[in-house]
Design a protein around this ligand. Sequence first.
Ligand SMILES: Cc1cc2nc3c(=O)[nH]c(=O)nc-3n(C[C@H](O)[C@H](O)[C@H](O)COP(=O)(O)OP(=O)(O)OC[C@H]3O[C@@H](n4cnc5c(N)ncnc54)[C@H](O)[C@@H]3O)c2cc1C
Ligand code: SF4
Length: 512
Amino acid sequence: MTVLRVILADQLSAQLEVVARAEKGKDVFLLAEVMAEAIYVRHHVKKIAFQFSAMRHFAEALKSAGYKVRYVGLEDDGNSQSLGGEILRAVEALRPSRILITEPGEWRLRDDFEALRLALPVPFDILPDTRFLCSHAEFEAWAVGRRELRMEYFYREMRRRHHLLMEPDGKPSGGRWNYDAENRKPPRAGLDSPRRLSFRKDAITLAVLDLVRRRLPENYGRLEPFHFAVTRQQALRELDHFITHILPGFGDYQDAMIRAEPYLRHSLLAAYINAGLLYPLEVCRKAEDAYREGHAPLNATEGFIRQILGWRAFVRGIYWRFMPGYVDSNALEAREPLPWFYWSGDTNMACMKEAFQHTFDHAYSHHIQRLMITGNFALLAGIDPKAVHEWYLAVYADAYEWVEAPNTIGMALHADGGLLASKPYAASGNYIKRMSNFCDGCAYDPSVSIGENACPFNALYWDFLARHRGRFSGNARMPYVYANWDKMGADKQTALRSQAEAHRVAMREGRL
Ligand SMILES: Cc1cc2nc3c(=O)[nH]c(=O)nc-3n(C[C@H](O)[C@H](O)[C@H](O)COP(=O)(O)OP(=O)(O)OC[C@H]3O[C@@H](n4cnc5c(N)ncnc54)[C@H](O)[C@@H]3O)c2cc1C
Ligand code: SF4
């Protein structure tokens, strides 16, 4: 009897049980491009093109290996344009004895599939996603009974469990767990991005680019040039290129930002790991090998591995533990609507404009731009977290709710009240001036807090701290900040708060 094996756009991994246990010539794989998923937020056109092309290539590889595949293209006759609808159509056409799917990465879809499971006349099993470095049960076992969930402690346990950067005596390589203090150098003169790979567009990718151009005119972003890897082989080349040429410098300038240099020494691997073209463990092991062979220093290797083994696995644990309510969190009661310049890029703030340009052009901006520029601004200005979350979910090629939502709602906006991060990542223009060259040539001046040319990050920063004093003044990591605020005196404090309100008015009126 035929088993229908459903594969979603971010499940393009031969290791998954749904794929690995299939019987050739008997079982049928279902992959479907549907409008409901392409437009439920204004996804970046590069993200959709990457997903469709990678799905089509994955389907071709399955067919070449002798499997039966039911591939539903976006424009195919009868496409119901929803995932549930395509499963129902496949059941009617193929009469399978059973349906298998890997757990989706979004609560919304898991809920939909649970409902479908009850409605279908055939057994429908949702299998665990075994690619992640920590299962739901393992995260729960770690989290239960803890007063606070902190990535650093989780990460140490993950290092031990996966034997990454561990020495035979059970101690961390180099004697320390974390080398972050060495990874915060401001940009030096002449720092730029190493060369990046660009993959040849074959007939499949060209057809997808044409499809996306015609059918998704309302979606966000620039479609071409399109450089993405769309097969596992290409993604492996991207990984090798990173390990060989870029990893050695990954650590030092991890937090630096430079005009017209979107990538610097970041890996660009998140889109491939999240879609399933690369496995997180193989990526970490290759990085560790580079360190053991003397090719990459420890601060770079540890910093890189921590992002995947620590942060990536940790945010997934947070997402599933606190959903479905997590995406509605608004602990700081932020209510400002998302300013239109998040979509248009039309702002006088050079740092924000730069981050928006990278985002629009590449469906990418690196972590510090997401966190300390666009995220920091939304935090300080008090923008509604749900609207900010939907923006981040739409605009990056690596964005899937399980990873995007905790990063946005928890890390960037502190809207979860500190579940994910012990203190808000709030910073004034000073930080941006130190870590980037964006302020040179900006309409605003980072050293000015009040007046016509005042950097908006400054007054908004102090106003944010003043508004939330009740919540943060007791935080062990923040007393010096409030001591500085108190030293200013009442007149300066009032002037800063009026200036912050003036920035908010300008933001609402599209003048900022
Ligand atoms: C507001 C906000 C939204 C974000 N949204 C996403 C998202 O939708 N999808 C996503 O994958 N990451 C997201 N991140 C985390 C991080 O910014 C991206 O993973 C990273 O920028 C991707 O680029 P890269 O592959 O070059 O990463 P690198 O800087 O090279 O890092 C290496 C790898 O570590 C992992 N990683 C690094 N930081 C994180 C993190 N905080 N959480 C999870 N994994 C991490 C990624 O797999 C990444 O490929 C977000 C961060 C913030 C602050
Ligand atoms: S002056 Fe302020 S707004 Fe302008 S780039 Fe610097 S930090 Fe950004």
